[in-house]
Design a protein around this ligand. Sequence first.
Ligand code: ZN
Ligand code: ZN
Length: 161
Amino acid sequence: MSGEKLHCPRDGTTLISPEETNTTAFSRHGIFHCPECAGLALHAKAAASAISAEKLEHLHDGFTDQGAPVEISCPFCKIGMRVRDFAFRKLDGTLTELIEIDGCPSCSSFWLDASELQRISPTNELDPSEPSLFPAKTTGAEANTLAIVLEVLFHLPFVLI
Ligand SMILES: [Zn+2]
Ligand SMILES: [Zn+2]
């Protein structure tokens, strides 16, 4: 993570580092994002906030010897990633829909596809018939919205499925 460029595990695009954005959700949680697919990469060691660093280390435990292998490689250490289903417990006690999170079994990093976070976006949950918050080809704004969704998730307990 020493200034070296990271690449999107899905499409190879150079990821935008948290320092290159002026949005607090990206920098506080050490979130890299892909300007092409709006996927998010994050690493416990890069998180500036203690909440997210602790949460990510805890999430990482679920990937060290569990989870199904997937084709993508860790953007940080290039090891093959694994996937697991997660649900987050909302303030009313109910669980969000399941989302897939890819995790590195070696370093404590994670990859979230934009489509996974979109499925549990609060705006989508309120009224699924509403037009999408995420119109095509606005991936910068989309990644920003998803980073904020992720920031909210950092404050909720999660359940590994
Ligand atoms: Zn991408
Ligand atoms: Zn890794």
